[in-house]
Design a protein around this ligand. Structure first.
Ligand code: HCA
Ligand code: CU
Length: 400
């Protein structure tokens, strides 16, 4: 990837050290598994199938679904697997042989299995010893492999697990040829440097020709994506996401933010149709009734709105002054907000839009008028068409 010094983001890319090797960081989307663990969320079979198709067209590498929850989930899993999508369909099950059997009966070729291995999970949830957990895990891993399936093994609550036990477990499943090992921060307690250390430790203790590493980070303190990316800096190569970040409690990284971070600032070589992001988000809110906050990065309605006069002055000449990417790249739109903060430049643009004379004096009068109204924002206009830009280019230079 060669950086272009004409790009307004050039120095940011240099600080980000994003000019190096295009390491590909993959995406597993778990909207159909982790997403359905969010309170109030349950998709119909048809909705699951449509979400899978949309995720596949978007370009995620793996789509995770849990076939064991109900017969409806099993039916959705079977149908989705039969579609022959490009993405791997990963059936997520507990480390129990009968769960693996359900995955197999759905036609799964990829199975992800998990077991809590921190002391608190062993004592409060599973009521077994480390030794028993290890035996159970290896027996199930062996069972999956003996069926010729591709597999991921998740060390649930890895971030609160004794490093000796965690490394021991990772080495064992690695030895069995499990293709992927997931290192989750199940309770969202890590900071980025901590996730880097955790994943780095696993990375240097396994045979990388046999297994690659997934990171699954919860967002309890709002650090999920930062932590997942730090895990990738330490050697993981797949991040778990959900649309809108849905999941247990406060969920995991959003697909939209992850996809943009990977593409724009990590220069990861993914094949993603980013322009679908806003539609993916809309589809999920239609299905769930959840309202996407306007301030949500990438897909929120305000993600590309500009309001303060100083911002408008710059945006009207070159939107890159306050935008890291063209909103249409992610299926969103740019708007300018007119009101008491609009200032002379905003007012001049408004006048030109209305086909009125745009002298500096007129603009000042209107800007003053907007303030006098004392009603905050008065109106919003889209600013994403070439035509509008042209009007603007004609109008803006006179107003200084
Ligand atoms: C769960 C646990 C899990 C598993 C993650 C994974 C977690 O809710 O069942 O399989 O990679 O956060 O540890 O979501
Ligand atoms: Cu989780």
């Amino acid at each position: 990837m060669s950086l272009n010094s004409e790009d307004p983001n050039y120095y940011a890319h240099i600080y980000n050290d994003a000019g190096g090797a295009n390491k590909k960081i993959r995406i597993l989307d778990s909207t159909l598994r982790e997403g359905e663990q969010h309170p109030g969320i349950s998709f119909t079979v048809k909705q699951r199938i449509q979400i899978a198709w949309m995720l596949d067209s978007f370009g995620v590498d793996q789509i995770e679904i849990s076939p064991v929850v109900s017969s409806d989930h099993a039916e959705a899993t079977k149908t989705i697997i039969r579609q022959g999508l490009r993405a791997d369909i990963v059936a997520h099950v507990r480390a129990i042989k009968s769960d693996v059997d359900v995955a197999i009966s759905c036609g799964a070729t990829w199975v992800a299995t998990y077991i809590g291995i921190s002391d608190i999970h062993l004592s409060a949830k599973l009521k077994i010893t480390r030794e028993q957990a290890k035996n159970r895990a290896l027996e199930v891993a062996d069972y999956i492999k003996s069926h010729g399936l591709k597999a991921r093994f998740t060390m649930e609550d890895a971030s609160r697990t004794d490093p000796n036990f965690l490394v021991d477990m990772c080495r064992e499943v690695n030895r069995l040829g499990i293709e992927r090992i997931s290192i989750p921060d199940t309770v969202g307690i890590m900071r980025p440097g901590g996730m880097y250390n955790l994943v780095g430790m696993v990375h240097k203790n396994i045979d990388l020709s046999k297994s690659s590493i997934d990171v699954h980070c919860h967002n309890d303190i709002g650090l999920a994506l930062a932590n997942a990316l730090a895990g990738c800096d330490a050697g993981a190569n797949q991040i778990h996401t959900t649309i809108e970040g849905l999941g247990e409690r406060t969920g995991i990284p959003t697909l939209a933010e992850t996809a943009v971070a990977l593409t724009l600032i990590y220069k990861s070589n993914n094949d993603l149709r980013l322009h679908m992001l806003k539609d993916l988000s809309k589809t999920i809110s239609q299905y769930t009734g959840l309202v996407v906050p306007a301030s949500k990065p990438v897909v929120g309605d305000s993600a590309y709105k500009h309001k303060a006069g100083t911002h408008l002055a710059a945006i009207l000449r070159n939107p890159s002054a306050y935008e890291i990417l063209e909103p249409k790249i992610v299926g969103n739109r740019r708007k300018i907000v007119f009101g008491e903060l609009a200032g002379k430049n905003g007012a001049a643009y408004l006048l030109s839009m209305l086909g009125l004379e745009t002298s500096s004096r007129e603009a000042e009068t209107l800007a003053h008028g907007l303030k006098e109204l004392r009603m905050g924002d008065v109106l919003e206009l889209y600013l994403d068409e070439r035509l509008e830009r042209k009007i603007l280019n004609d109008a803006a230079p006179n107003i200084n």
